[in-house]
Design a protein around this ligand. Structure first.
Ligand code: HEC
Length: 137
């Protein structure tokens, strides 16, 4: 027979499981921990800002590219896609509740954007520095 304590414990457990855990901050923290597991860290928002501004001449078209090419300098404002001209929602979590809320999305866009902008994938150290910068904007 179940005691009321058991029932209470079970109820609490289910409640904890269903509380949404994936707030923006915890998603970013999880990413940072996974980069650390790959030997990166500590992370610097200042270094992230430098990376954000870093200009690389593309081997494809000889033009200068940086993260700001599409996202702009002010992360609280919308960006504009350099190729398609489409509006990009602000990356700053302070003004965009969707931004940095999904680990899958972060992984996908880091991969795509680093390759397009710098012609290579970003290292775990660079991703950690960049996220530390972006999350504070
Ligand atoms: C060619 C245009 C382009 C460039 C250059 C670019 N991005 Fe992006 N980025 C995008 C688009 C489009 C999205 C998707 C936005 C959305 O889904 O709302 C995105 C999304 C992201 C996201 C995911 C945000 C989220 O919703 O969680 C991150 C992080 C990011 N970019 C970082 C970078 C970094 C770092 C650089 C420079 C290395 C960079 N981007 C350069 C177009 C670009």
């Amino acid at each position: 027979m179940k005691t009321s304590d058991d029932v209470l414990r079970k109820g609490l457990f289910i409640l904890l499981l269903t509380v949404p855990l994936a707030s923006q901050a915890s998603v970013v923290d999880e990413q940072l921990v996974s980069y650390q597991a790959n030997g990166a860290g500590p992370f610097s928002a200042q270094k992230g800002e430098q990376l954000w501004q870093q200009k690389v001449v593309s081997e494809k078209d000889g033009r200068t590219r940086s993260c700001t090419t599409c996202h702009g300098n002010d992360l609280r404002s919308t960006g504009k896609h350099a190729k398609t001209g489409k509006t990009i929602e602000p990356l700053s979590p302070a003004v965009n509740a969707e931004s940095l809320s999904s680990a899958k999305k972060i992984r996908k866009w880091f991969k795509r954007n680093c390759k397009w902008t710098w012609g290579r994938e970003c290292t775990p150290q660079e991703k950690g520095d960049l996220l530390s910068f972006i999350r504070n904007q």
